[in-house]
Design a protein around this ligand. Structure first.
Ligand SMILES: [Fe+2]
Ligand SMILES: [Fe+2]
Length: 473
């Protein structure tokens, strides 16, 4: 009977449960006793059988207790489960089996927890994307990569993170804004846009120095102007590249792949990256300017050194011509050619630190003076080392007197540690030195110098480079 009563009560509200419990616990036994007391039966029962009355009362109290306990247990369980969830176990859910207010509360709480869990997952994903983007871009900005490669990586990473179909980084030049790098589906993208183009969103972002987030619905007319005729974006997000209060250009992303519009989160991310990108562009411009000035200065110094020594006048220019022809024969890329050209121009810059009495001394040098003279590659390296981007040239300058058999100076590097550009530089330098007058000897003829190169092939010089050099002479 008690079980049936509990089961039927489980479908009722908590207030009803409580009322019924109190009725069962107190009011019903009380009414029963009062009723019995007014009847003859009651008098008899009370007089002769108090145990029966007591039995009824105890039964009522027990039933009331069981029902009240059931309510309290479900509240306690709810509180305990809620505590578990609020302590971080968001995957946990509160069990529901009944149909009262406590159960309803549990279901609402489960629903809220599910939504919270989803939001947290979304936030974690956004955080992961942002961290990934920043990590890749920071590592690119801290590397030796050229600015174009850094910007390409920045744009590609941002484009992937925001699920955009394409993107551009454009910088202003004269009265236009021109593409510096681009990524993705770029068919029809205009390579440059006039700053007078009032309807362009990119120009608007540049001129107003404000991020623009425009979708087809919000600015269909404007979206046409970023592309050549016949093409148009469905959505575009662009931010100005601001550095020290100056606008350098615009970074833009176009057409989300799932056809959504760009979100507020996307705006925050692009704005953060725009300022980093602008700083990178500005720093690169400043570095290029400093490096250009530095190279020009030391090139002038190199010429001054040559001018001081009549025997080496024109030496660097001739060596430069030889290395460039050899670089062509070995199909070296543009970067390697530029590096070799600068190394050839600057390889003897260290002679600026050699005393005139040694540099210009007629006749053979004593061992001590020769050792002093042999310091010029190291002095040269030290002159170039302060500029980070000249490190590779500094390396060539340091080792331009190495020999493939390991008997050169200053590093005594053997063949396997000597790079191809360095092998090219040593052959070109040695040939020009042999065919020039020196204070201690007359210049060799071309044939004599070629014979000398052949004789020293495989010991002083790399045999492959010597072979190619003899062919192009
Ligand atoms: Fe030298
Ligand atoms: Fe030289």
């Amino acid at each position: 009977m008690i079980r049936i009563a509990i089961k039927s009560l489980s479908q009722r509200g908590i207030l009803q449960k409580l009322t019924i419990s109190i009725l069962l616990m107190a009011i019903i036994p009380l009414v029963l006793i009062i009723y019995l007391l007014r009847t003859e039966v009651g008098e008899v029962l009370l007089k002769n059988n108090v145990k029966v009355t007591m039995f009824f009362m105890i039964c009522s109290i027990c039933t009331g207790y069981i029902l009240s306990r059931k309510i309290i247990v479900s509240v306690v369980r709810l509180a305990r489960d809620m505590q578990g969830i609020t302590h971080g176990n968001l995957s946990k859910r509160i069990k529901t089996s009944e149909n009262d207010e406590v159960d309803m509360l549990a279901r609402y709480f489960n629903q809220m927890t599910s939504e919270l869990e989803k939001n947290i997952e979304d936030l974690k994903e956004s955080k992961r994307v942002i961290q990934d983007v920043l990590l890749r871009i920071n590592s690119a900005m801290g590397s030796d990569k050229k600015i174009d490669s850094v910007l390409e990586l920045t744009l590609e990473t941002l484009s992937q993170a925001l699920n955009a179909s394409s993107g551009t980084i454009m910088v202003s030049k004269e009265d236009k804004i021109k593409i510096m790098v681009s990524c993705g589906a770029i068919s029809g993208i205009r390579r440059d846009i006039s700053l007078k183009e009032e309807k362009s969103i990119i120009v608007k972002a540049y001129k107003e120095q404000k991020t623009q987030n425009v979708s087809k619905a919000g600015g269909a007319e404007r979206l046409v102007f970023e592309k050549e005729a016949g093409f148009a974006y469905k959505s575009i997000l662009c931010a100005p590249l601001m550095c020290k209060g100056k606008v350098l250009g615009v970074i833009s992303l176009h057409d989300k792949k799932n056809w959504d519009n760009f979100s507020e989160d996307d705006v925050i991310l692009i704005e953060n990256l725009a300022s980093q990108t602008a700083i990178a562009i500005e720093n690169s411009r400043l570095n290029q300017h400093i490096e250009r000035t530095y190279v020009e200065t030391i090139s002038t110094l190199a010429l001054a050194v040559e001018a001081k020594d009549p025997y080496t006048r024109g030496h660097t220019k001739r060596v430069t011509n030889f290395v460039l022809r050899l670089a062509e024969e070995f199909s070296l890329d543009k970067d390697a050619k530029d590096m070799l050209k600068n190394a050839a121009l600057l390889h003897d810059i260290g002679k600026i630190g050699i005393k005139d009495e040694i540099l210009l001394k007629p006749g053979a040098l004593t061992t001590e003076k020769r050792k002093h003279m042999q310091l010029h590659p190291i002095i040269g390296e030290n002159i170039l080392k302060p500029i980070h981007s000249l490190n590779k040239i500094a390396y060539l300058v340091r080792h331009h007197h190495e020999r493939v058999d390991g008997e050169g100076y200053p590093g005594k590097l053997t063949k396997e540690y000597i790079s191809l550009p360095l092998k090219i530089l040593t052959v070109a330098d040695a040939y020009d030195a042999m065919t020039s007058d020196r204070p201690y000897r007359k210049a060799m003829t071309k044939d004599e110098a070629c014979q000398e190169l052949k004789k020293c092939s495989g010991t002083y010089f790399d045999s492959k480079v010597v072979d190619v050099f003899l062919k192009i002479l």
